[in-house]
Design a protein around this ligand. Structure first.
Ligand code: ARG
Length: 558
């Protein structure tokens, strides 16, 4: 219906682009067209234009009233028409409801997660992983061909520090079989502590960095390989747990040579220069400072590697668009990267989905390691809490059931928190709140889904030919909400804002529960009962499709 209104407005006014707004209060209408944009053309004030258009426009199918309101032209959807289009659409499209073909199988690459080997997978990586996975699912739902890419830092300063500490202080100790993540994280933390207390030792680390990059020490290289694999294996377990997968893995190590090649080109083209022995790009003109590409000893920095990676994504994978899901600490770095690529005449659609940190109410750092909070710690604590809550909620469950439900709710709780906040806002992770069954949480969405399933188990809905009994406010609100799903998905993709979808699903659940508490489903008389059952089923389908886009499971019982 929205499309029909847009078509009509375009035809009537000659505008190329028509944007409709949703009035803040539904009493004002379902859609509003701001008339300011036509003032120049008609040489009239906006409220006059709104009045004229209301008279001139012919009826649109599915719209009952077109009414001027100040500078706006408001459209009211015919509720009966909406019900009779949207419910059959959801019930026939099922798992495809909300999807679209707008992507036309265009290839895009989404790079996310990017945990570094020889370091912990912390809650910042968790946020980026959840965001990236969800975004990938959303774009796929819109018919894009998404390449999920990971880019892991397997060389560089942190790896050199790790290997240095290990060789110097840990040698001959075998690697543990359990708590490997923690073991790896601790060595890095200890290395940093040692270096802070005695900065002179940094020379030894630099030597290791040089030897590793230039393959000067076979023993070192083999230790690097072994420990790198140790890290990567741990990450794979986490990805499995989070229901995430990758199509390609890029590594910083592979970008060193191509990175140096690009630096050569940059020097030839006089975009880069040598300054104090290091190679830099001077971006002061653009307020982006000086960007260092190579160290004095010629070793390759993060910056130069990213130049290589950006090109490989387009040249080897033939993508049309490239999205970076990367923490806000790297905002400047990515601006420098995009600007340098532009100077190189590499003008491609590059987007940065930037996100900020995750903290606990007690602070950002883990008291145990002094580092950012580990994902594994957060997960374990949440699971413990979830077990307590599940038992409280239902005392008759078997041990196995408690385990299943707690796993599901704790995972949903984490993901909901990671995805429901605007990505530019820090997350303060409150374990208890995240798990609440009543509230803006993942378990609440799952619970709503399970509640609908249990109703539908009691009575299977039959096919309804014509909906004519769903006239209460709660029913109409729910139908209205269901009809917005497609738009929300598109907007989430267009603006790279997964939180729009997350919040929508919360509102949908709330609207359903309002309906459920006011309108009896199973005790209603026919044909109302069948229509309400169909409405419940449509809600279940929409909720499930949405949860799937967030990589949150939809349990049938809880
Ligand atoms: N591994 C990097 C880090 O942890 C993040 C990589 C971001 N992606 C990129 N293309 N620079 O800091």
């Amino acid at each position: 219906m929205k499309e029909d209104i847009i078509k009509l407005l375009k035809k009537h006014t000659g505008l190329k682009d028509v944007q409709l707004e949703i009035p803040p209060n539904p009493i004002l209408g379902d859609y509003a067209f701001p008339c300011f944009q036509l003032c120049k053309k008609y040489k009239l004030p906006a409220h006059e234009i709104a009045k004229n258009l209301a008279k001139e426009l012919q009826q649109v199918k599915g719209i009952s009233v077109i009414e001027p309101n100040g500078p706006y032209l408001n459209f009211f959807i015919n509720k009966q028409d909406l019900i009779n289009t949207i419910l059959p659409e959801i019930l026939t499209q099922k798992s495809k409801y909300g999807s679209s073909k707008i992507g036309k199988q265009q290839k895009i690459i989404i790079e996310f997660s990017q945990a570094n080997t020889h370091k912990a997978f912390h809650v910042g990586h968790l946020r980026g992983t959840c965001l990236g996975e969800s975004l990938a699912r959303i774009f796929e739902f819109l018919d894009y061909k998404v390449i999920r890419a990971n880019y892991q830092g397997d060389t560089g300063a942190h790896v050199a520090k790790w290997l240095w500490y290990y060789q110097k202080y840990q040698k001959n100790k075998t690697f543990p079989k359990k708590d490997v993540e923690e073991y790896i994280a601790n060595i890095y933390v200890n290395a940093v502590k040692k270096l802070t207390s005695n900065p002179k030792l940094q020379d030894e680390v630099d030597k290791i960095n040089y030897n590793l990059e230039n393959n000067k020490d076979t023993k070192l290289t083999s230790l690097w390989k072994k420990t790198r694999d140790l890290s990567l294996k741990e990450f794979e377990k986490i990805y499995k747990e989070l229901d995430t997968k990758f199509d390609v893995y890029f590594f910083e190590r592979e970008m060193e040579q191509p990175g140096k090649e690009i630096v050569k080109q940059l020097l030839e083209k006089k975009i880069a220069e040598i300054s104090d022995g290091a190679t830099i790009v001077d971006l002061e003109k653009y307020n982006l400072g000086k960007w260092v590409l190579l160290r004095k000893d010629g070793t390759c920095l993060y910056s130069a590697k990213d130049l290589a990676l950006a090109k490989i994504k387009f040249e080897k994978y033939k993508v049309k668009e490239s999205i970076y899901v990367v923490g806000a600490a790297q905002n400047l770095h990515l601006q420098q990267l995009f600007k340098t690529l532009e100077l190189l005449n590499f003008k491609k659609p590059l987007y940065h989905l930037s996100f900020t940190e995750v903290r606990l109410p007690t602070g950002k750092m883990s008291s145990r390691t002094g580092e950012n909070i580990l994902y594994s710690d957060m997960k374990q604590e949440l699971l413990r809490e979830a077990v307590i809550q599940t038992k409280q909620h239902n005392s008759k469950l078997s041990k196995k059931e408690i385990e299943r439900i707690s796993k599901q709710t704790s995972s949903a709780a984490i993901k909901y928190v990671m995805l429901s906040q605007a990505s530019t806002k820090p997350i303060i992770f409150d374990h208890k709140k995240a798990l609440e069954f009543e509230g803006e949480t993942g378990p609440y969405l799952q619970y709503t889904h399970a509640r609908i399933c249990s109703i539908l188990k009691k009575e299977k809905p039959q096919a309804v030919k014509e909906f004519s009994s769903l006239v209460s406010l709660e029913e109409q609100n729910l139908i209205n909400k269901l009809s917005k799903f497609q738009n929300v998905i598109r907007k989430s993709a267009k603006e790279l804002k997964v939180n729009l979808l997350t919040i929508y699903l919360f509102e949908l659940s709330k609207t359903f529960n309002e309906f459920y508490h006011t309108c009896s489903i199973l005790k209603a008389t026919e044909p109302l009962k069948q229509e309400r059952l169909a409405l419940a089923l449509a809600t279940k389908i929409t909720l499930q499709n949405g949860l799937n886009l967030l990589a949150i499971s939809s349990p049938e019982s809880m």
